[in-house]
Design a protein around this ligand. Structure first.
Ligand SMILES: C[S@@+](CC[C@H](N)C(=O)[O-])C[C@H]1O[C@@H](n2cnc3c(N)ncnc32)[C@H](O)[C@@H]1O
Length: 233
């Protein structure tokens, strides 16, 4: 991987696979055409709470929100906070738009595309929370550089979080787990792992809702799921 300069997304590899699945239903297409422009992250310029939400509220950023269930639950529970989610998979964006509309969540902004492109435009030290839940595993060793959990993205997250801000990471993939722990250990000067014992990473913490992906991993594939909270030092 090209040496990553924090804040410069051009030095990061393309990290995602598919960006479209089955054709959208007419209602979903109308959400994408008409509703997404109303709540989309602006295409250019700084991504600040003031610009997106009109005031200086705590900001949360979710990388690859899938269908958006976790983000919608968090936004509903923390109505005074602002949530930004990025997802390149159009069907996921359409599903998330459905949650925002149905549950009337005025505190969510979405980006249809690469999370790192948006993250790069967030001023340093301005995020209160960042989430990376079940990132695409890229299980083959030769694809390891495509994993979101790598030095470049982790350094960028460290720069964008406030001191004391929280980075939550979850996975059900054992290869990814080992890789992530190795990467995060390399960044222990910037991130403090908040676990005190196994119960902290074996059980879902409060304020961390289950997505359909996670339920399927557990119930259909019989996977264990692991939860990690890190505090920006
Ligand atoms: C396995 S799914 C998990 C979805 C969701 N986080 C969950 O837990 O249900 C991984 C998601 O990450 C998204 N993704 C992959 N690369 C991404 C990137 N560079 N920026 C944003 N999202 C990305 C994929 O499109 C996919 O929806």
């Amino acid at each position: 991987m090209t040496a990553h300069k924090p804040g410069d997304p051009t030095t990061l590899n393309r990290l995602y696979g598919r960006s479209i699945g089955k054709p959208l239903r007419a209602f979903q297409q109308s959400l994408v055409d008409d509703f997404l422009p109303q709540i989309a992250v602006p295409d250019e310029g700084p991504v600040t709470a003031e610009r997106l939400f009109g005031d200086d509220r705590p900001m949360h950023f979710e990388i690859g929100f899938g269908s958006g269930e976790h983000m919608a639950d968090r936004a509903e529970n923390l109505p005074d906070h602002g949530f930004i989610g990025a997802e390149p998979f159009l069907n996921g964006v359409a599903a998330a738009l459905g949650h925002v509309k149905e549950r009337t969540l005025p505190n969510i902004r979405l980006h249809h595309g690469d999370a790192l492109e948006v993250l790069a435009r967030i001023p340093d030290g301005s995020l209160s929370f960042a989430y990376l839940l079940h990132p695409d595993p890229w299980p083959k060793a030769r694809h390891a550089k495509r994993r979101m959990m790598n030095d470049g993205p982790v350094e960028m997250l460290a720069a964008k979080l406030k001191p004391g801000g929280e980075f939550r990471f979850g996975t059900d993939h054992d290869i990814y787990l080992r890789h992530a722990l190795m990467i995060m250990r390399r960044h222990s000067d910037t991130f403090e792992w908040l676990a005190e014992g196994p119960q902290d990473w074996q059980n879902r913490p409060s304020g961390w809702s289950e997505t359909r992906y996670e339920r399927k991993a557990r119930d259909v594939f019989g996977h264990e799921v692991w939860y990690f909270k890190y505090r920006r030092r």
